[in-house]
Design a protein around this ligand. Structure first.
Ligand code: ADP
Length: 488
């Protein structure tokens, strides 16, 4: 019902989203919750379209960089206003194309609005009024910020609007021209977002939508010497591939790469934790957005003297989860993004069946039979070594630890090499401080769930295999899209 209502305010099956020069066949976009339902179509950009986009971007960038930062900011703020006003339509698209639940779709649009406003305000403040530096011999001297040139933004499907517009908004605010390459799974949302920015006043050659397969279109863009920087969010392997592509260029600028990648996020609970709160937060952290958040908890380390109680309560709570149509307000967990993601999770479940104890598999409804649904599961493991790589979906793993093993637990978490989020549940201050000080992650969440980021307040991003930083939605992100010039 909620979805039908949203549809009245703007959603309709999207028309073909073209990638220009149309020699490649159009692909259907199926609703992940019901593969029989075609949401729209899209067409990948071919080599000619990629070349044309690069030429356009090079030609358009200087004038955009000379446009006063305040004017760029005004356009982005107007785009934020438009997005806010059209929230129901964008929410509906998030539900239909990305399988997001209604609350997740609300959060998605709000975060995108916040990113646009945050980078616009920052550009107005720091690009519009160059910093005055003391002159070497009393001369006037100022530090200016400019766009680097052509920025390529390669984004993921799990936050198809918020991460997409965060990257694009920052790159534009800083004075770059932008080629936006959304994930293959969420082209309709990316296209709608680009159209919105054009409507708000971003010139069409300053922001171009170039959809396509990552290994073809993404790779072609990142090895091109005309590209000055890449903002990327996705898997660690792809970040390495982009790094190689940029490093392999024989000419062009030494490019900047801003990469936010995966995680193998843990939650540490000691015996002073409140079990009810712990279970509520573990469920929220592991299964919200069908576990498809970079920040999602995958491993719960729980001290042995409360472990049995916590696992019993976890199983009970999982029985209550409602898996199904994300367009219904009663749904807790929607589908995963596509059948490829589902297959990886099913393979993981098959391996876990041989190696681990199943704590609980949440029930699925009849409604789930036509979509890419994976029933949320929790297993008990003996050690973190049993998880070889990032698992992306509603899968939680529980490991017991003994009081004297806290440092070993922290070392094991650090040894994964990932460093995105960590949750701590404890009511002992020394334990909280010890864990927070030693763990190598970007975001630590204490006595709460471990998902969520608030633009400008609680910026998000990791270290190690989880990314280059700086944190999205934090004060150091926008400057990475810029180059500095002193005028003395
Ligand atoms: P996921 O596993 O979440 O799908 P990916 O890293 O494969 O993550 O995808 C994230 C984004 O990176 C997508 O937009 C995808 O098209 C793009 N991509 C994938 N491979 C490459 C590549 N070799 N070069 C550039 N971009 C790529």
């Amino acid at each position: 019902a909620a979805f039908e209502n949203a549809g009245k305010h703007g959603w309709r099956a999207a028309p073909l989203v073209p990638g220009a020069m149309v020699t490649t066949p159009a692909a259907n976009v199926a609703n992940p919750a019901d593969r029989r339902q075609i949401v729209g179509q899209w067409q990948p950009a071919d080599a000619g379209a990629v070349e044309k986009a690069l030429q356009n971007a090079v030609a358009a960038q200087p004038a955009w960089d000379r446009t006063p930062a305040a004017s760029r900011a005004t356009i982005l703020e107007y785009a934020a206003d438009l997005l806010q006003a059209r929230m129901p339509g964008f929410m509906a698209l998030c539900v239909k194309e990305a399988g997001k639940t209604i609350p997740d779709s609300v959060a998605e649009v709000r975060e995108a609005v916040d990113f646009l406003r945050y980078y616009a305000a920052q550009a107005r403040a720091s690009f519009g009024a160059p910093e005055k530096l003391p002159g070497p011999t009393g001369e006037s001297n100022e530090l200016q910020l400019h766009g680097r040139g052509v920025f390529v933004c390669i984004s993921p499907w799990n936050f198809p609007l918020a991460i997409f517009l965060g990257q694009v908004g920052a790159a534009l605010a800083a004075g770059n021209s932008v080629i936006a390459k959304p994930a293959e799974q969420t082209n309709l949302i990316g296209h709608a977002a680009v159209k919105l920015l054009h409507e708000a006043g971003v010139p069409e050659n300053v922001l171009q939508f170039v959809p396509g397969d990552g290994a073809i279109v993404g790779a072609a863009l990142t090895r091109d010497p005309r590209v000055a920087g890449v903002a990327f969010t996705g898997s660690t392997d792809t970040a390495r591939a982009i790094n190689r592509a940029l490093a392999g260029r024989e000419s062009g600028p030494i490019a900047t790469l801003i990469a936010e990648t995966g995680g193998q996020n843990a939650f540490i609970a000691d015996s002073s934790a409140l079990p009810e709160q712990l279970v509520k937060d573990a469920i929220g952290s592991a299964f919200t957005s069908a576990g498809q958040r970079c920040s999602a908890a995958r491993v719960l380390f729980v001290q042995d003297d409360i472990a049995d109680k916590v696992m019993t309560m976890l199983a009970g709570a999982m029985d209550e989860l409602r898996i199904g149509d994300p367009a219904l307000l009663s749904t807790d967990v929607g589908p995963v993004i596509d059948d490829d993601a589902l297959k990886i999770l099913e393979d993981h479940a098959a391996r876990m069946a041989a190696e681990a104890r199943l704590i609980r598999q949440a029930p699925t409804s009849e409604a789930a039979s036509h979509g890419s649904f994976f029933a949320p599961r929790a297993w008990e493991l003996q050690s973190l070594d049993q998880l070889h790589r990032e698992v992306f979906g509603p899968a939680l793993h529980v490991i017991r630890w003994k009081a004297e093993q806290l440092d070993q637990v922290i070392d094991a978490i650090n040894a994964t090499g990932y460093g995105l989020t960590l949750g701590v549940h404890s009511r002992i201050d020394e334990t909280i401080e010890r864990i927070a000080a030693r763990v190598k992650v970007g975001n630590v969440y204490v006595n709460r769930n471990q998902i969520g980021a608030v633009v400008g307040v609680q910026p998000f991003g990791g270290q190690g295999l989880s990314g280059t930083g700086p944190k999205a939605g934090g004060p150091h992100y926008l400057p990475r899209f810029a180059t500095e010039k002193t005028v003395t």
